[in-house]
Design a protein around this ligand. Structure first.
Ligand SMILES: Nc1nc2c(c(=O)[nH]1)N[C@H]1C(S)=C(S)[C@@H](COP(=O)(O)OP(=O)(O)OC[C@H]3O[C@@H](n4cnc5c(N)ncnc54)[C@H](O)[C@@H]3O)O[C@H]1N2
Ligand code: MOO
Length: 390
């Protein structure tokens, strides 16, 4: 058995960042920017008023000063001409500040009669002008790699970038195996259950912007599993679920070997998730996940998610471990790292009562995996432990 860290390193070595494609900005949210992009304009392109009011000269601002209104500047319509002494231009938010003006008095601080305005007594120092290039300048960069959030999309739009280079979505095929499984919505026989972790993993990986194909369930027969693998062709990553252990019906390893899989490891010193296997199968990376629903989901978080990140060019940083005091005493941990389902309440970690790897109801209500290293000594309530957010 290898350690979690060794397994993760071996897994990451199986994949490289994928190629780059150009997508319209409207399809770019959530995708990973693959190359730096450069603003092709300056924003704002001119000094602009940030308020509705009157543009004039700062040097002339004093209580009760009067100005003649000589024209108007609105957003999209500049005032042509230059402002002279004693003059003001009616101005609106977003409009270019007229030549000769360097101050905008908000309309609330002005009394207007016909063409004349009189300033009030409480005009501060703020000029209410946004300088040209105050947001960004032509040539400024949005740096890659970057998972594009809505605010990034808005910034790129403002930079007049209609399409962006992003990393192609990793194609993932998920093959659930087992005679006992039916799809959600089907009627299970008396000895059957409903496939669940395949759906959970698909949701997890789609959340990371992978393109997931959920293949039909393969029965526990060599031919059916071979057919499942053939349906996975074209994927960058093939995930099998179940059939990974040592039972007579656990066929994934022998079938994958027969199909030419180059196995890199089998079995990891972790709980849940021990019978994890990985290797290369043709052009694809392959991971054989254990069938127990929580085991498969925990392996998804600890191993598959970082792999997807690497394929997307996001680097191999893993989610940082956080620290919190544990709320109760814990016995010493054994020879496998334990990823315990837990809840963080009032800054303390409460491990779930049962840590059985079949309990999805426990996983679904957990918000943390309390990580106990191999051979971690007994812990007392209040001791600091490490955890991952889930
Ligand atoms: N003698 C031993 N038995 C087992 C060992 C061992 O070391 N020696 N390891 C145990 C551990 S740990 C795990 S984890 C499981 C892994 O088993 P498999 O990967 O072979 O998975 P299956 O036997 O096919 O299924 C296990 C369990 O999970 C259910 N399952 C499977 N697929 C799904 C799915 N897509 N959705 C929902 N549930 C699924 C399946 O019905 C079983 O209940 O092996 C232990 N045994
Ligand atoms: O490793 Mo198994 O995944 O403990 O249930």
């Amino acid at each position: 058995m290898i350690s979690v860290e060794e397994a993760r390193a071996a897994l990451l070595a199986l994949v490289s960042p994928l190629d780059i494609e150009q997508v319209p900005l409207r399809s770019a949210a959530g995708r990973v920017l693959a190359r730096d992009v450069t603003a092709s304009r300056t924003q704002p392109p001119f000094a602009a008023s940030s308020m509705d009011g009157y543009a004039l000269r700062r040097a002339e601002v004093e209580a009760d000063a009067m100005f003649k209104v000589v024209g108007e500047a609105a957003a999209g319509h500049r005032f042509e001409g230059a402002l002279r002494a004693g003059q003001a231009v009616r101005i609106f938010t977003g409009a270019p500040v007229p030549e000769g003006a360097d101050f905008v008095v908000i309309q609330e601080d002005v009394t207007r009669r016909g063409d004349l305005i009189t300033l009030g007594h409480e005009i501060g120092d703020k000029d209410n002008i946004r300088p040209a290039g105050g947001d960004f300048k032509e040539g400024d960069c949005v740096k890659a790699p970057l998972r594009l959030r809505p605010a990034d999309i808005a910034l790129l739009a403002a930079m007049n970038i209609p399409a962006v280079p992003v990393t192609r979505k990793p194609k993932v095929a998920i093959l659930a195996t087992g005679d006992e499984l039916v799809q959600p919505g089907e009627a299970p026989g008396p000895d059957q259950i409903v496939a669940s972790n395949s759906y959970g993993l698909a949701a997890m990986l789609e959340g990371l912007e992978a393109e997931v194909r959920l293949l039909p369930i393969a029965r526990d027969r060599v031919e059916a599993i071979k057919q499942g693998f053939s349906l996975a062709r074209g994927a960058d990553l093939v995930l099998t679920i179940g059939g990974a252990s040592v039972g007579d019906h656990d066929l994934i390893a022998p079938v994958a070997a027969e199909l030419g899989m180059e196995q890199r490891f089998y079995k990891v010193a972790m709980r849940p998730g021990k019978p994890l296997m990985a290797g290369r199968l043709g052009d694809a990376a392959m991971i054989g996940l254990p069938g127990n629903p929580v085991s498969a989901m925990v392996c998804g978080t600890v191993f598959v998610a970082p792999l997807i990140r690497k394929m997307l060019g996001l680097g191999t940083d893993i989610q940082p471990m956080r620290q919190a005091p544990v709320a109760m005493d814990l016995p010493p941990n054994g020879p496998r790292a334990h990823y315990m389902r837990a809840n963080l309440r009032d800054g303390r970690l409460y491990p779930a009562q049962s840590q059985d790897s079949s309990l999805l109801s426990v996983l679904a209500t957990a918000d943390a995996l309390l990580v106990r290293p191999v051979a971690d000594p007994a812990r007392r309530a209040g001791d600091t432990v490490e955890y991952l957010e889930i």
